[in-house]
Design a protein. Structure first.
Lengths: 170, 430
């Protein structure tokens, strides 16, 4: 499938495929957005390259997707903005269901900190070398990962220890 | 102070593991700072818990501050007290059914949220939106921006010590509520946008109210400026407080007015124009100082820009339908539903299954909500429910900025800085 890219984005994609030919697994477009699927182990390398050489200095978002497949079940998506060229690029990595681990990009974009905590909280994907990897919305005492597809919509009764609603009867 | 001291003194009753890790993380932040010996009471430090139930935190935000005398050494934020799991709920609703939930995300500007969701779904399934609907959406979204900024203005000035100001801004907000009531049928959680257009056309009554508001509001804005622009107390409380440099703002991922007050004129309305923002003229107010006063000026100027946009929209408002006429993509009009069999069937179909975007399609669209870049990422699996819907909430990223900005400030300034960042916890906590 041919891609319809803006001039600057075309340059970025060309530079990426040239420098990391083996590590770029797929480049595709959907609804006018460009997605690049990259190798799990080279995310730091590619992020640094995108930030230093291709002006993608602003990280807008990091989020997870549960694909619910037997291989490469989880996907982490990085939403990058090039403030110089006005481009937006989505970089994706995929990881396994057992022990999902991704290298944290906080060393490249500091703003990834809370977003990665959110992905950890919702999907249970661990980020290596994250400075403060704690749950962000749910309390630490909670054992499940709510946005995984097997988690029931109604929640799991008794999974959160709630404070006493009548404080006097402690 | 050592961690063990805090642990023994706090004795938390519930979420024990959570509290333990939170205090540990506070302890670990900036570990390069040398610990003072806490034998001497004059050098002892204090850990102050502020919120979640605190009127000045604008919602259920909890801050854990480590103080040294009156200055803050380091801070950790604890959010999630308003977490309702809307992204999980979205996966079990049709696209249109999810709209009322977006109203309750950033509950100060429901209109922008509705528009953001609709645009993402329209992009995902290639729905054409009529010209008139675009302009109505712009009018609604800009009114929502004014309404949100008015609440920010009232509460921020109240945080700085002037309580009566709050009442004056609420007088104007009340007018916007009345307009929304006439435009959408609801005062607060409007749900007015529909996939493929808007729910109903602007009535004459609503049109009159909007025109009157556009004419009278600039004078009110002038009065606000008169009260605050040369106000000694207001300046002393806000100038050089909570300073965020441009490079730090980009590094921490600040967005919206917070980023623009730090000297970077990023606005989604110009960056990736949506609706018909490329057909109206407006400026992006930007300041270089990056302090709370700069944020005040940026938001005040944004309100006058919004008025400018609304005026142009009213002039340009084209005639025509307000919702796309395709029964597979949008709700049929009520006339059709009440008086024809097909219309009723289509209405049932839309309510039951709704719009089904192509399988595997992914879309991301963003709008400039009053707080910053509000983005919706949707991945479809070909059914009427999204496979994954992710909301990029501007308040969430701005709160991360807050965690870094507040270090080194005075305790008394915390409420003013929170007011200047203007987070909405409904959105940050999802």
């Amino acid at each position: 499938m041919s891609l319809e890219l803006s001039e600057s984005l075309q340059k970025t994609v060309d530079a990426l495929t040239e420098s990391f030919s083996k590590k770029i697994l797929d480049v595709y477009q959907s609804s006018g957005r460009t997605f690049v699927l990259v190798d799990l182990n080279s995310i730091i390398e590619i992020s640094t390259f995108l930030k230093e050489n291709q002006h993608f200095t602003y990280l807008a978002d990091v989020f997870g997707i549960d694909r619910y497949t037997s291989d490469d079940r989880f996907e982490v998506v990085y939403n990058l903005i090039s403030l110089k060229n006005g481009d937006r690029l989505f970089v994706k990595v995929r990881c396994e269901e057992e022990n999902p681990e991704v290298d944290s990009v906080t060393s490249v974009w500091q703003s990834a900190g809370w977003n990665e905590r959110e992905v950890y909280d919702m999907f249970g994907i661990k980020f290596n070398n994250h400075p403060d990897l704690r749950r962000i919305f749910m309390p630490e005492d909670f054992e499940y990962f709510p946005l995984r597809k097997e988690f029931p919509l109604l929640g799991i009764p008794g999974s959160i220890d709630l404070p006493n609603s009548t404080p006097d009867t402690e | 102070m050592k961690l063990t001291d805090i642990q023994s003194k706090v004795d938390s009753k519930f979420f024990k593991e959570h509290q333990k890790k939170l205090y540990q993380s506070l302890e670990d932040k900036h570990t390069t700072i040398e610990e003072l010996d806490d034998g001497d009471p004059l050098t002892s430090k204090m850990v102050l818990n502020m919120g979640p139930q605190h009127p000045a935190t604008h919602g259920v935000l909890r801050l854990v501050l480590q103080l040294n005398g009156e200055s803050i050494e380091k801070t950790k934020l604890d959010i999630g007290y308003l977490h309702r799991g809307v992204e999980k709920i979205a996966e079990n609703k049709t696209y249109q059914e999810f709209m009322p939930y977006t109203d309750r995300m950033d509950y100060l500007s429901p209109y922008s949220n509705n528009v953001a969701l609709c645009q993402a779904v329209e992009k995902l399934s290639n729905v054409e939106v009529p010209e008139r609907a675009h302009y109505i959406r712009m009018i609604g979204a800009e009114l929502a921006r004014i309404s949100s900024h008015l609440l920010w203005l009232g509460t921020m000035v109240m945080d700085a010590g002037a309580v009566s100001f709050f009442i004056w801004t609420f007088k104007e907000r009340e007018k916007i509520y009345d307009i929304m009531d006439r435009l959408a049928g609801h005062r607060f959680t409007v749900s007015h946008a529909r996939i493929g257009g808007v729910a109903n056309d602007i009535t004459d009554e609503a049109m009159g109210a909007i025109k009157e508001f556009v004419d009278t509001f600039p004078n009110e804005l002038k009065d606000y400026h008169k009260l605050l622009d040369r106000n000694r107390i207001f300046f002393d409380r806000n100038e050089a407080v909570g300073v965020l440099k441009t490079e730090d703002a980009l590094r921490y991922g600040a967005t919206g007015p917070v980023l623009r007050a730090s000297g970077f004129g990023m606005d989604i309305r110009k960056f990736e124009p949506y609706a018909r923002y490329n057909e109206v003229e407006f400026d992006i107010p930007t300041r270089l100082e990056g302090d709370n006063l700069a944020r005040y000026y940026v938001r005040m100027e944004e309100m006058s820009e919004s008025i400018r946009i609304i005026k142009q929209c009213l002039d340009k408002l084209p005639k025509g339908p307000v919702r796309t006429d395709n029964a597979k993509q949008a709700y049929p009009s009520k006339d059709e539903v009440y008086y024809s069999m097909e219309g009723m069937i289509h209405d049932f179909m839309m309510t039951d299954t709704g719009i089904c975007p192509p399988e595997g399609a992914e879309a991301y669209t963003a709008v400039e909500s009053p707080k910053g870049e509000l983005g919706y990422y949707i991945q479809s699996d070909g059914t009427g429910h999204p496979w994954r819907l992710k909301i990029r909430a501007p308040s969430f990223v701005n709160l991360q900025v807050l965690e870094n900005v507040i270090d080194g400030e005075m305790v008394a300034d915390t409420v003013v800085i929170i007011g200047g960042i203007d987070p909405v916890l409904g959105e940050a906590d999802k």
